[in-house]
Design a protein around this ligand. Sequence first.
Ligand code: C2E
Ligand code: MG
Ligand code: MG
Ligand code: MG
Length: 265
Amino acid sequence: DTAMLEAKRKKSGVVFFDHKLESRVAAEARLRREIDIAVDQGDFCVHFQPIVDTTTLHVLGLEALARWEHDGKLRAPADWIDYAEDSGLIVNIGNMTFRQAFDATERFELPVAVNISARQLAEPSFLVDLTDAWGDRPWERLTIEITESALLHDSLQTASILAQLRERGARIALDDFGTGYNSLARLASLPIDILKIDQSFVRDIGSVAGRAVLQAIVTLATAHGLEIVAEGVERVDELRALVELGVTQAQGNMLGRPAAHLPMR
Ligand code: C2E
Ligand code: MG
Ligand code: MG
Ligand code: MG
């Protein structure tokens, strides 16, 4: 029986293989190799999602979102961003995407927002690389999106980079607001210009409690002179509720999905 077999196995020292675990480890190792190669070959591109005025629906700007071109498919960051950050490859990928993202400011004649991770901000060459890629375009047309965790590091390097960028006229957006640490009380002291409200809040907008939370965020952010952008708007009733709450900018699949090209305006 199994107990006997188990005892024998222990005695003999034979280790049975966990095939499920083995195949997962192998799949991860393969993914890593493929990303390493993709970085060497430059197999990354950028898609753009419009940031829209909630009442006129005019496109106010674009957010650049990285995509990995792999086996004829485009893979969103969820599949590879963790490895890219842990390995530091996000620095190379970021530099690749900057150029494509920044070219879009002329191509589409719109301001552009790029996502920057804590790992990129910590790279000593970050500001030089970014400045080199941005060139002599007007800095007012650039927004840097960072998450709460990047701000929480509170390093001198991060603070100095953000201050320099803002001095030039670029703007800093706090991404996914509300998902991380509750910095509602710290909002006033953060070096930011824009608050991007995470889509989880938008999803809760139908409930009285959800709406009250959003109202509080909007009131506080507005009092501190911050612009507000709602993320992940998928439904017309969500958009309507946002307008009622005084949110003037939004992104989401109902307003425009990320795409390589924008539909004619
Ligand atoms: P994010 O900056 O918060 O970007 C918004 C994400 O929500 C995007 O996912 C976008 O495709 C998705 N989205 C937009 N509208 C809707 C909607 O109506 N419903 C739903 N369910 N989702 C919507 P994506 O492109 O997969 O990017 C995921 C995250 O990866 C981004 O979140 C950002 O944090 C990171 N990321 C993307 N590109 C870059 C990059 O170039 N560099 C760095 N460091 N991070 C990036
Ligand atoms: Mg973002
Ligand atoms: Mg976000
Ligand atoms: Mg996000």
